[in-house]
Every structure is written in structure tokens, then in C-alpha cells.
Design a protein around this ligand. Structure first.
Ligand SMILES: Nc1nc2c(c(=O)[nH]1)N[C@H]1C(S)=C(S)[C@@H](COP(=O)(O)OP(=O)(O)OC[C@H]3O[C@@H](n4cnc5c(=O)[nH]c(N)nc54)[C@H](O)[C@@H]3O)O[C@H]1N2
Ligand SMILES: Nc1nc2c(c(=O)[nH]1)N[C@H]1C(S)=C(S)[C@@H](COP(=O)(O)OP(=O)(O)OC[C@H]3O[C@@H](n4cnc5c(=O)[nH]c(N)nc54)[C@H](O)[C@@H]3O)O[C@H]1N2
Ligand code: SF4
Ligand SMILES: [Mo]
Length: 697
């Protein structure tokens, strides 16, 4: 018997919406099938470790349900009745319908809608070129990063921080509002290394006992939206007990005396009532942080998905300034490295054609937009045509009752370019089959680290699946939007242009040869030794909220009411008589948003839609393990199964993962309960800030 041929290994990057952006090695068999995927061992951030769902990616790549042909709807919206058509017919019909809509209502009636299903800069962001070329409505990106980035930049003036690999050199790692065991596994690699080599203490702060918290020396389960109170009390102790680095603050911060004075009343006792933590727990954290110069604060997204989330992120980041942690290797506060790359996106997005007077609709308010809410439409024309890529709003967007109603509109022409028949694709008039990352070329940048990575096309796509770039180029060609012939460029040409017109003269050749480029700024810059990102070099304890230099800005939400100094801001959707519980919709380990809820192994791991609640709450409600429960608020109701225990505090429920609406009895998914209210100061969806009533089904 002949031995099966050994698969070849190729370098690539994980394209998913995950701060880890792992450097990977892909096994490709002689017959073109993909085998296991491994973490690149010689990449010192990935360090050979990737998550389980991507290790078995062949299951998703070679899935029998992949879309392989363009489809046209033949039955009622959402019926799933489609006929196969050719690409030529599909593109022709899309262009005609877009031109028709434009003629009737003007170009802003067309809304290109996308998110980060792929993080590849060419395949993700080229849709903005179509938008700019045609003066279509823009999209205000509020699903994910807005609040976290704004809160971090408010203090530092810049979205960057201490080298993430320095976590391994810390004596304490504070993992705050992120669940890296599930959401960005490499954080654990470096944190655990610090523990093994330096006996570093690991602290985890969340609203329930997560898998990450199981690994912690100190695990703090607080009430949702109370993180700023905890941060204030920690700083109170740093000032009170002589841990505050006053000399450092004098040089590097805007208002240290005012902060100290302000925090005098923000005692552990005060914070204990707001957070539900004990005074001892708060004192223990403060003492650890005060005594440990090399404390690395790894600040995540989760705790910012609250109406007061920006204030919480800012408050947490202030601790590292009060304690002077930023000065030491292994110390400081890190959230994301977005600002270090300086990539020129002018060609991919056709910046020269951008008209900033054209409205940008809030993507989280897609339900309100599509149901004709004039405020959400910014008093402009209705949206009657959409092109959707890399996102699945009919599962992931808040206010699903409105979202479903909107997408069911007969006068809305919807085009969805997808890899699978998602709940959004099911509502489309035209469905176009999309490639997966191993089937096209793209460039990726790490948010949670410091690498630019290249992901080449390694295998052929199934059937007639095509990359995003193909669809956009063809549409621009047909719709007549002038983009200076950028629509004739290949993905490789775009990447090469992007690099050469930034600070990477070696272009794609250099990137491809090296597999990744390490773009880490030096110690002084990363630790703000030469000053923080603001002109005067000072960290802001007192940011001017309306003017935070964040990438997405423009005051909205109740920004005038934001506290001037770090504080608990009581603006969240708090318990009421009718809705006495709070819910957080945390990520599940085996899904990535709604991605992977189509692969059998991950569905099996996740089981069924479940909500965790505290034993005492369950007893009071007469609910037992596995019982069906109904969670409701004025936005709707959702049926899940109860998981009873001590993981969240009393009064808090946790529903992990975004299951399809259809996976829930009654057909309502978890985002039926979430709100699309704009948070201050620059918008963003508060996915974990929800009040609810709970009853047994
Ligand atoms: N397996 C898996 N991985 C993922 C994702 C996924 O869905 N599944 N999503 C990907 C995406 S798009 C992103 S943006 C990142 C996000 O990754 P993270 O930064 O980890 O952010 P979240 O996933 O929103 O939530 C992280 C944690 O915050 C907790 N949390 C919620 N409210 C509060 C609060 O008020 N205070 C505190 N302290 N904690 C709170 C949640 O319970 C959760 O455990 O992960 C990516 N990776
Ligand atoms: N309840 C609740 N809701 C949430 C969150 C939460 O924590 N709780 N998290 C929010 C966050 S942080 C985010 S980022 C959003 C994310 O929500 P989405 O952006 O919708 O992310 P996914 O659910 O992963 O869906 C991405 C889709 O893109 C498709 N795709 C991937 N690559 C390509 C490609 O190259 N081309 C095309 N055409 N399609 C592609 C995939 O098949 C998949 O269906 O969800 C938000 N919704
Ligand atoms: S940890 Fe994140 S970046 Fe790494 S392989 Fe998994 S999903 Fe991809
Ligand atoms: Mo996200």
C-alpha cells in the first residue's frame, strides 16, 4: 500500500474578526483539499497557538452548504426559493436595479453595508470605493470597536500601547472585560508565560466566571457596567496608600491634583455597592496593582459594550497613569495597535472621490433605517437598495424585530454576497457566492499585536464563488462610477500599492517573502516615554469628549452628560420593576459572532441557546436546570434554556453566542433584546447593556 502523500504547508493569516489575527500554516493536499491549520511557531505573537475552530477550518472551507452559484429569488422574501442564474445575469440585474433606485430617489437610496467577516483590507474595504464612486449612503461603523477605541484614545490620544509580547514580562496581568480563552487565545499564551517564568499574578474582571477566569489568581465578577467604579476605587487606594506616582503624573498627565481630589469620595466602600464586589476584593486588586510596577492591563472590548462603556474604558486606562506603570517594560495599558501601521487606503477606498457631506447611516440602526425611522435616515431618502458583504445583520444587529421587518420589505432590493445561506442571505433578492480567505489574496493587520500579514490564494474556490473585489470591480464598471481605473487592479496590485504608498517600500514582494512584517514601535514610543498622543504630550484624565481624536467621530448620544473626570456614570439600562434583571450577550467559544454556527462540530460543542442565571434567582423564579425560560423587554422576547449556578452575580443573566434566530424556539434570537440606541460620545452598540424580565416558559 502506498503511503498517502504528505500535504504541503503554506503560510497565511487568519482573516476572522479577532484581535489575534494569527499567523498560520495551512496544509494543502495534492488534490487541492485543505487539511489541518496550525499556528505559525516562528511568529512570536502567535507562537504556534490558534483556536480550535480555525484549526479545523477545512470543515468550513469544504462545507457541502457553501454557496457556489449566483441565485435569484423566486418565492416570497425569506422563503428560501431561489433559481440559479449566471454571473452575467446577476451583475446585470443588480446594476439595473441600483440605477433604477438611484433614478427614483437619488444615489443615497443605495446603502452598501459591510463589516469585518473578513479583516482583509482589500476584500473588506473595497466596498467603500463603490460607495465613494457612486455617492451612495455611507455607513457609520458601530457594531464593535467604536466605544472601546474612543475610551482608550480619550486618555492616550492614540490607539497604540506597550508591545503585546511584553505581557510575558509582566509581574501582574490584568485581563479586563475580555474573555481571551474564547475570543483571542494568544493573550493567554503570553499571560501564562508570565506566570510560569516570573510567577506573575493573573487578574480577570468580567460579569461572570468565564473560562479565562478559571485560570486567574484573582477573579472578579462584577455587575455589568460598573467597571469605572472599580477603576476609581483602585485609583483612590493608589492615592490613599502612597502608590500613586505623582512625579510621573506631573510630567505626563493633565490634571493629577483634580483627579486626586475628585477620587477622595470614590472609596472601595462606595464602589462595593455599585459593583457588587466586596471591599476586600477591591482592596486586594488595588494593593496588587499598587505594588506591582510591571502590571500589564489588557483591556478588552466586552466591558465597553455598555452605555457608559467609553467612560469605563477611559477610567481603566487611567490606572496605569496614576500608578506610573507605563514607564516600565511589561507595564502599562494596552487595548489595540491600530495606529501603528499607517497604511494608505486611498486607492482601495477611492478617497479622492469621497464627499463628506453625504450621510453615513448607523449600521447598528439598520432595523430603524429599513423601517423608515426618519431620525435614523437622517431625514434623507429611504433606503431601497443594498449590497451586503462580510456581515450577517439578520442575526447580529440589535433590535432584530425591526431588522427582520425591514429586510422583509417588498420595495427593498437586497443583494447579499456570502459564503453560506445566512439568515441575511435568505432575505435577499440576489445572492452571490463568495470565496473564503484561502481562495483569494489579501493583507491583514493585527489589532492585538504588531504584525502585517499576507494571506495568498492557495486553493480554488468551489463552483463559481468569487471574491468581493471581483463583485465591486464589475459593479463599478457597469454602474459607471469613475474610480481612476482602480477597478481594473487585482488584489495583489492593491496590496502592493498600499504598502509602497505607506512606509513599506518593499511592497508585496517583501511582505510575501517575510510572511509578516513586525511593525512594533520602539519602547519609548510604545510606552509614551516621549509623551502621549496629544499635542502637549499629556495623558487626559479630563478628556474633551466631543473632540477625542478617534477614527470614527462626531458627537452623538447623551455626550454632554458624560462625567468630566473618571467616574461611575449612571446611564445604563438598569433594572426596573418591570425588567428587574440585567443581561449580557457574551461571545461563545466555538462561534465567532454568527460565523461557525453553520459547522456541525461547533454547533455540537455549543449545544443549544442557553442563558446562565444565579441559583438564588432561579429558585425565586421556580426555574430549574434545563428549563425553558423566556427573557423579555419592550423590544421583544426570546426563549432559551436555563443553566443554573453561580457564574454571574445575582440579578445578572448571561446568554453566550449569537445563534441564528431560527435556532430559538419562537424564531427570535438574542438580538431581539439588544438596543440600537446611540451611545456617547461617538455611537456604538451596547450589546451587553440590557434590562429584562425573566419567566419560566
Ligand atoms: N470565540 C469567539 N471569539 C471571538 C468572537 C466570538 O464571538 N467568539 N468575537 C470576535 C469579535 S468580533 C470581537 S470584537 C472580539 C471581542 O472580544 P472581547 O474583547 O473579549 O469582547 P466581548 O467578546 O464583547 O466580551 C468580552 C467579555 O466581556 C464581558 N463583559 C460584558 N459586559 C461587561 C462589563 O460590564 N464589565 C466587564 N468587566 N465585563 C463585561 C463579557 O461577559 C465577555 O466575557 O472577539 C472576537 N473573537
Ligand atoms: N448579541 C450580540 N450581538 C453582537 C455581538 C455581541 O457580543 N452580542 N458582537 C457584535 C460584534 S463585536 C460584531 S464585530 C458583530 C459582527 O457581526 P458580523 O459582522 O455579521 O460577523 P459574523 O457573524 O462573523 O458574519 C460575517 C459574515 O461574513 C461572511 N464572510 C466572511 N468572509 C467573507 C468574504 O470574504 N466575502 C463575503 N462576501 N462574505 C464573507 C461570513 O460567511 C459571515 O456570514 O456582531 C455584533 N453582534
Ligand atoms: S484565535 Fe482568532 S485570529 Fe487566531 S485562529 Fe482563532 S479566530 Fe483566527
Ligand atoms: Mo467585533
Amino acid at each position: 500500500m502506498s503511503k498517502p502523500e504528505k500535504p504541503q504547508r503554506f503560510a497565511s493569516a487568519c482573516p476572522h474578526d479577532c484581535p489575534s489575527t494569527c499567523a498560520i500554516e495551512v496544509e494543502v493536499h495534492a488534490d487541492g483539499r485543505v487539511g489541518r491549520i496550525h499556528g505559525a511557531r516562528d511568529n512570536d505573537y502567535t507562537a504556534g497557538v490558534i483556536c480550535a475552530k480555525v484549526a479545523r477550518y477545512s470543515e468550513r472551507l469544504h462545507h457541502p452548504d457553501r454557496l457556489t452559484k449566483p441565485l435569484r429569488r423566486t418565492g416570497p422574501k425569506g422563503s428560501g426559493q431561489f433559481e440559479e442564474i449566471s454571473w452575467e445575469e446577476a451583475l446585470q440585474e443588480v446594476s439595473e436595479k441600483f440605477l433604477e433606485a438611484e433614478k427614483k430617489h437619488g444615489p443615497q437610496t443605495v446603502w452598501p453595508y459591510f463589516f469585518a467577516g473578513t479583516m482583509g483590507l482589500v476584500q473588506r474595504d473595497s466596498i467603500n470605493r463603490l460607495r465613494n464612486a457612486k455617492s451612495y449612503s455611507g455607513m457609520y461603523q458601530t457594531f464593535c470597536t467604536n466605544m472601546a477605541w474612543t475610551g482608550y484614545i480619550a486618555g492616550t490620544g492614540k490607539l497604540a500601547g506597550p508591545d503585546p509580547r511584553e505581557m510575558a514580562l509582566a509581574d501582574a496581568v490584568v485581563i479586563w472585560g475580555t474573555n481571551p480563552v474564547a475570543t483571542q487565545v494568544n493573550v493567554m499564551t503570553h499571560a501564562i508565560k508570565a506566570r510560569k517564568t516570573r510567577k506573575a499574578k493573573i487578574v480577570v474582571i468580567d460579569v461572570y466566571k468565564t473560562e479565562t477566569m478559571k485560570q486567574a489568581d484573582i477573579g472578579l465578577v462584577l455587575k455589568p457596567g460598573s467597571d469605572a467604579a472599580l477603576a476609581c476605587a483602585v485609583m483612590h487606594v493608589l492615592f490613599r496608600d502612597g502608590y500613586a506616582d505623582r512625579a510621573y503624573m506631573e510630567k505626563y498627565a493633565d490634571a493629577p491634583q483634580e483627579l486626586e481630589e475628585h477620587l477622595k469620595t470614590r472609596s472601595p466602600q462606595w464602589a462595593s455597592e455599585i459593583t457588587g464586589l466586596s471591599v476586600e476584593q477591591i482592596e486586594e486588586l488595588a494593593k496588587l496593582v499598587g505594588e506591582t510596577r510591571k502590571t500589564y492591563f489588557r483591556l478588552g472590548y466586552g466591558f465597553t459594550r455598555q452605555r457608559n462603556g467609553v467612560v469605563s474604558m477611559h477610567a481603566a486606562s487611567c490606572i496605569a497613569v496614576v500608578g506610573g506603570h507605563y514607564q516600565y517594560e511589561g507595564g502599562g495599558a494596552f487595548h489595540n495597535n491600530g495606529a501603528i501601521y499607517g497604511l494608505n487606503m486611498a486607492m482601495v477606498e477611492a478617497h479622492s472621490l469621497h464627499d463628506s457631506s453625504i450621510r453615513k447611516l448607523d449600521m447598528s440602526q439598520v432595523g430603524r433605517v429599513l423601517t423608515g425611522d426618519s431620525e435614523a435616515l437622517m431625514d434623507g431618502p429611504p433606503v431601497t437598495a443594498m449590497l451586503i458583504q462580510n456581515t450577517n445583520p439578520v442575526s447580529v444587529a440589535p433590535e432584530q424585530t425591526l431588522v427582520k421587518e425591514g429586510f422583509a420589505r417588498e420595495d427593498l432590493f437586497t443583494v447579499v454576497h456570502e459564503q453560506f445561506m445566512t439568515e441575511t442571505a435568505l432575505m435577499a433578492d440576489i445572492v452571490l457566492p463568495a470565496t473564503q480567505f484561502l481562495e483569494h489574496d489579501d493583507i491583514y493587520k493585527g489589532g492585538g499585536h504588531q504584525n502585517l500579514l499576507f494571506g495568498p490564494k492557495l486553493v480554488d474556490a468551489p463552483g463559481e464563488a468569487k471574491p468581493n473585489l471581483y463583485v465591486l470591480n464589475e459593479l463599478i464598471e457597469r454602474l459607471g462610477g469613475e474610480d481612476h481605473d482602480a477597478h481594473k487592479m487585482t488584489s495583489r496590485e492593491h496590496i502592493d500599492w498600499m504598502l509602497k504608498n505607506s512606509k513599506y517600500p518593499g511592497g508585496l514582494n517583501e511582505l510575501e517573502e517575510n510572511r509578516w512584517l513586525d511593525c512594533q514601535p520602539d519602547f519609548a514610543e510604545a510606552h509614551y516615554i516621549n509623551g502621549f498622543g496629544y499635542e502637549d504630550g499629556k495623558f487626559r484624565f479630563k478628556p474633551d469628549w466631543a473632540k477625542v481624536p478617534a477614527p470614527n467621530n462626531g458627537p452623538m448620544g447623551p455626550w454632554q452628560q458624560m462625567p468630566v473626570l473618571p467616574d461611575h456614570w449612571d446611564i445604563n439600562e438598569m433594572p426596573t420593576k418591570d425588567y428587574p434583571f440585567r443581561l449580557a450577550t457574551s461571545p461563545s467559544r466555538s462561534f465567532l459572532n454568527s460565523t461557525f454556527n453553520e459547522t456541525p462540530s461547533t454547533v455540537k460543542k455549543e449545544g443549544r441557546p442557553t442563558a446562565m442565571l444565579h441559583t438564588d434567582d432561579a429558585a425565586a423564579l421556580g426555574v430549574e436546570e434545563g428549563d425553558k425560560i423566556i427573557l423579555s423587554n419592550r423590544r421583544g422576547e426570546v426563549i432559551l434554556h436555563a443553566s443554573v449556578g453561580d457564574r454571574p452575580q445575582k440579578g445578572t443573566l448571561i446568554a453566550e453566542g449569537i445563534w441564528p434566530n431560527a435556532a430559538h424556539e419562537g424564531g427570535n434570537g438574542i438580538n431581539t433584546l439588544t438596543s440600537a440606541d446611540q451611545t456617547a460620545p461617538f455611537g456604538g452598540a451596547a450589546f451587553h447593556d440590557i434590562h429584562i424580565a425573566v419567566r419560566k416558559a
